[in-house]
Design a protein around this ligand. Structure first.
Ligand code: C2E
Ligand code: CA
Ligand code: CA
Length: 433
């Protein structure tokens, strides 16, 4: 299997897999030259082309695998794991999706670049999977590979900390340090993208979810799956959340001023619920921005809610009293019982996309989705489905009496300024029709 693939192509450096026997004194490499990259691609021509592109941008150590199985064998044998894996999605043999699952189960913590010639929908599914497994997604690239794009993504993976590479690093921590976060919060790297929520019965725009987009001049856009864990681990999550909330509150004000009043949802980290002064701080931002708290929805992930229940209960209770609406996010992934649901002051149930995308083809998922919707409605909650990716997802939800929907099929997250314009046009269209 893959004998010619697994051969390393070497521009300058010592031979794989160890540093010994290269016949040259080891020179401490820096920048892109310090990276080991594994290319998983079944097309021999594209495999070779990718090696050439990597060499041309200064990455000397490049290995190849013809599919996921081959890659796992190579990684098993190597003394050191690659810093970055560039992986094709469709391959003969083990495809990119299955390979990602195997990488996750082995705790792979290097960078991943997803490469595909097909639709961006498949790429997004794979990217989503990578993030869900808490792996570092550096980005997605369409074939043919552009050297500048590839360089930009690889630069994110250049090790900046002094820790030895064998050390197990937390997801994202090699990409952003506390100092990076501190600087970015102060210098305005914290931005939001807004993803519309539509009413299933009328198709009307009812709100939007604000999603963190960290816009770093060096790294480009860094996704929340990378930023949030670092903020949680370094004690900056409260400040980060307040900054995001302020942007979202400003957006609520702008939408209302443009005659398209909407509710704006903000994600809270469970760590935020340990800060007993969170309600006061959010109310202060409401006062300063003149946003309407009844149009601000705070989403809390179900699976992590029980981590610190007593302080969470107090904070959630006071947030509810202050007029904010509360949403239980990713519903279905945790173990919220009817008992707990009744006990907590939630207004909205947001069903995880695992039970939404592709529901029409899967009777098991249908059963879970239907009972979640019924449960939410019986408790008087607004039920929102996320991850609506197709017309048939939408139709199934409408038939089951779900209230609202969000997902790529309706609209992707967009920058705040674009969203407020889009909302006006969309609002006018649906009002007219
Ligand atoms: P989430 O709260 O479940 O947010 C929805 C995520 O699903 C977003 O990813 C969104 O881009 C993606 N998405 C939307 N529609 C679809 C779809 O149709 N199909 C698929 N496959 N995905 C869809 P994003 O922006 O990468 O955010 C990932 C997660 O990071 C969020 O999941 C949320 O848990 C967290 N997050 C995002 N922004 C913040 C934030 O400001 N604060 C905190 N604490 N967490 C945040
Ligand atoms: Ca959410
Ligand atoms: Ca979710």
């Amino acid at each position: 299997m893959g004998t010619d693939f697994s051969k390393k192509t070497d521009a300058t450096g010592p031979a794989f897999p160890s540093d010994e026997g290269g016949g040259r004194p080891p020179v401490p490499a820096s920048g892109l030259a310090a990276l080991q990259v594994l290319v998983v691609e079944d097309d021999p021509f594209l495999q070779e082309l990718t090696h050439e592109v990597l060499h041309s941008i200064g990455v000397p150590e490049v290995y190849g695998a013809e599919d996921g199985t081959d890659a796992l064998v190579i990684m098993e044998a190597a003394p050191r794991l690659p810093d970055v894996i560039i992986c094709d999605v469709e391959m003969q043999g083990m495809d990119g999706i299955v390979f990602m699952r195997h990488l996750a189960s082995r705790g792979f913590n290097g960078g991943i670049i997803v490469l595909s010639g097909t639709s961006s929908r498949i790429m997004n599914t794979v990217a989503d999977l990578v993030r869900r497994h808490d792996m570092h997604l550096l980005g997605m690239l369409k074939k043919p590979l552009q050297p500048t794009e590839l360089t930009r993504l690889l630069e994110i993976a250049i090790p900046t900390n002094k820790a030895p590479r064998s050390e197990k690093v937390l997801p994202g921590s090699q990409l952003l340090t506390r100092a990076d976060l501190r600087k970015g919060i102060d210098e305005g790297y914290v931005q939001i993208a807004l993803q519309p929520k539509l009413a299933l019965a009328t198709g009307q725009l009812v709100g939007a979810e604000a999603l963190l987009r960290w816009n770093d001049p060096l790294r480009g856009t860094v996704m929340p799956a990378v930023v949030i864990p670092v903020a949680e681990d370094t004690g900056l999550i409260d400040e980060l959340t307040l900054t995001i909330f302020r942007r979202a509150a400003e957006c609520e004000v702008v939408c209302r001023a443009k005659n398209t009043p909407l509710s704006i949802s903000v994600n809270l980290s469970v760590s935020n619920l340990s800060a007993l002064d969170l309600p006061e701080k959010l109310v202060q931002i409401i006062d300063e921005t003149t946003a309407d708290p009844r149009r601000m929805i705070l989403e809390v992930t179900e699976s992590r809610l029980m981590e610190n229940l007593s302080s969470s209960l107090e904070v959630l209770g006071r947030l509810s009293l202050a007029g904010f609406r509360l949403s239980m996010d990713d519903f279905g992934t945790g173990f919220a019982t009817l008992e707990k649901l009744k006990q907590l002051p939630f207004d909205e149930l947001k069903i995880d996309r695992a039970f939404v995308s592709g529901v029409a083809d899967d009777p098991m998922t249908q059963a879970i989705l239907r009972s979640s919707i019924e449960l939410g409605r019986a408790l008087g909650l607004t039920v929102v489905a996320e991850g609506v990716e197709t017309q048939s997802d939408w139709d199934a939800l409408a038939a089951m009496g779900c209230n609202e929907a969000q997902g790529y099929y309706l609209a992707r997250p967009m920058p705040a300024a674009v969203f407020t314009e889009w909302a006006q046009v969309f609002g006018a269209m649906t009002d007219a029709g």
